[in-house]
Ligand binder design. Structure first.
Ligand code: AMP
Ligand code: GLY
Length: 417
């Protein structure tokens, strides 16, 4: 089967690796891809518009498109919409359903309509309305409902930090026009749940937990993610069943009822509160860096699972998950997350054993060495029979890989357990 995977980061490197290692024979193409990805996938020479991707897909008789990254789902006419019109199976939902991720207000209204547990909220458009909605209750959670490059969410512990965020977003309009959600603050451990959704059916995959802050002990600014842990053992007691019954099934049924066809990965960011699991957010794609921890544990024919799913057939027996624990650890470049530094040569990649390296932001220089080319540079993934063993393995292997300015947390897999 000929597959086009859209995206370029560590998640796409992990997805392409899982497709490549599947027992189904694949020929993989990647746009925009990366030098590391191009060791197992072929580059695609297009301008990146949905139209240009579809022209490529038709001209090269591609059997399947996979959306690694969300942006292509809502760009132009939408990747899945354009694939549908061209009669090509796509793993990733149409633009209309992808609003679950693209618009926080759309997602909240969807959850309210279908009685899916989530925090209470108000949607406001001015500083005065926001103050009235906060009503002196702290902590409060403020979310800009638009594109904000990951900087649109603030968990404000007090009035001063809330006022500062309100001024930036609604006063100075730092992110442009758009409404703001004032959300109830939810407490508890977070968990990322993934499902392969095929119309009215779904399969829940291995859960994960990511680490969003740059520094140890969950301090410092938010990042795209500094590491993740995955194991089916994270479904303690009846947690899997509760999440399935109260959140996943109602979400899939809600999509059906609203006339929103969905085929692809659906990501549920949940808070395990004392009142039960509640949805923080939906994403219409796999998590990053969660994909780098989860996908190496897949057993079975992943390519077949995705291809059949995109055609409307969910084959739940086709993939499963290895027992034990998988941990991925991100190495970031100097200055991240405020900025990033390119051109630092990476050493030690060849020394890594019994672990995988997924490249998030690297490029190959003229001498053939990989160097930094982004904030999150690379992700080392290792497994273990226990979480403790996986921690030891991932740190031992990560320590072999170095570059100037490297930033790496030392508590991935230990904190929050
Ligand atoms: P989001 O971009 O919506 O995923 O939010 C980023 C992070 O902010 C989440 O992973 C949580 O750690 C935190 N967060 C978001 N919403 C809430 C909430 N309602 N209560 C507490 N923390 C939240
Ligand atoms: N790990 C968080 C995300 O993929 O959005």
């Amino acid at each position: 089967m000929k597959v086009l995977v859209v995206g370029k980061g560590g998640r796409e490197h992990a997805i392409i690796t899982a497709l490549h290692e599947s027992s189904s024979e694949t020929e993989i193409f990647s746009y925009p891809g990366s030098d590391a990805i191009f060791s197992i996938a072929k580059p695609v020479d297009v301008d990146g518009s949905i139209g240009s991707l579809i022209d490529f897909v038709k001209a090269n008789e591609i059997d399947l498109c996979v959306a690694g990254e969300e942006s292509y789902l809502v760009k132009d006419e939408g990747l899945a919409n354009a694939c549908e019109a061209a009669g090509i199976p796509c793993w990733g939902p149409p633009k209309e359903a992808a609003q679950l991720e693209a618009s926080k207000e759309f997602a909240k209204e969807f959850m309210m309509r279908h009685s899916i547990p989530t925090g209470g909220y108000a949607s406001v458009n001015s500083v005065e309305e926001a103050r009235a909605a906060i009503d002196g209750k702290y902590p409060t959670v403020l979310k800009f409902d638009g594109l904000a490059a990951g900087k649109g969410v603030a968990v404000c512990l007090d009035k001063a930090s809330a006022e500062e965020f309100l001024d930036e977003v609604l006063g100075q309009r730092k992110f442009g026009e758009g409404r703001l959600l004032v959300e109830e603050f939810l407490e508890g451990p977070e968990i990322s749940i993934f499902a392969s959704v095929v119309d009215d059916e779904y399969q829940i995959l291995a859960p994960a937990r990511d680490y969003k802050r740059i520094y140890d002990a969950d301090e410092g600014p938010n990042t795209g993610g500094m590491g993740a842990v995955s194991s089916v053992e994270m479904f303690e007691g009846d947690l899997r069943q509760v999440i399935d019954e109260t959140i996943v099934r109602p979400t899939v049924d809600g999509l059906q009822r609203d006339g929103l066809p969905y085929r692809g990965f659906l990501y549920f960011g949940l808070m395990l509160t004392e009142q039960g699991p509640k949805v923080i957010e939906y994403n219409c794609r796999f998590g990053d860096p969660e994909a780098e921890a989860v996908l190496p544990m897949v057993t079975g024919d992943f390519a077949h699972h995705v291809f059949e799913g995109a055609k409307g057939n969910l084959d739940s027996d086709c993939i499963n998950f290895a027992s034990g624990w998988s941990i991925c650890l991100v190495s970031a470049s100097a200055g991240y997350p405020a900025s990033s530094r390119s051109g630092d040569v990476i050493s030690g990649l060849d020394a890594v054993e019994n672990a995988r390296v997924f490249h998030a932001g690297t490029k190959q220089n003229a001498a053939g060495q990989f160097e930094t080319a982004g904030g999150r540079v690379l992700v080392v993934v290792a497994n273990g029979a226990t979480r403790e063993e996986a921690v030891v393995n991932v740190y031992r292997e990560s320590d072999k890989v170095t570059f100037d300015g490297l930033q790496r947390r030392t508590d991935i897999g230990t904190r929050n357990f």
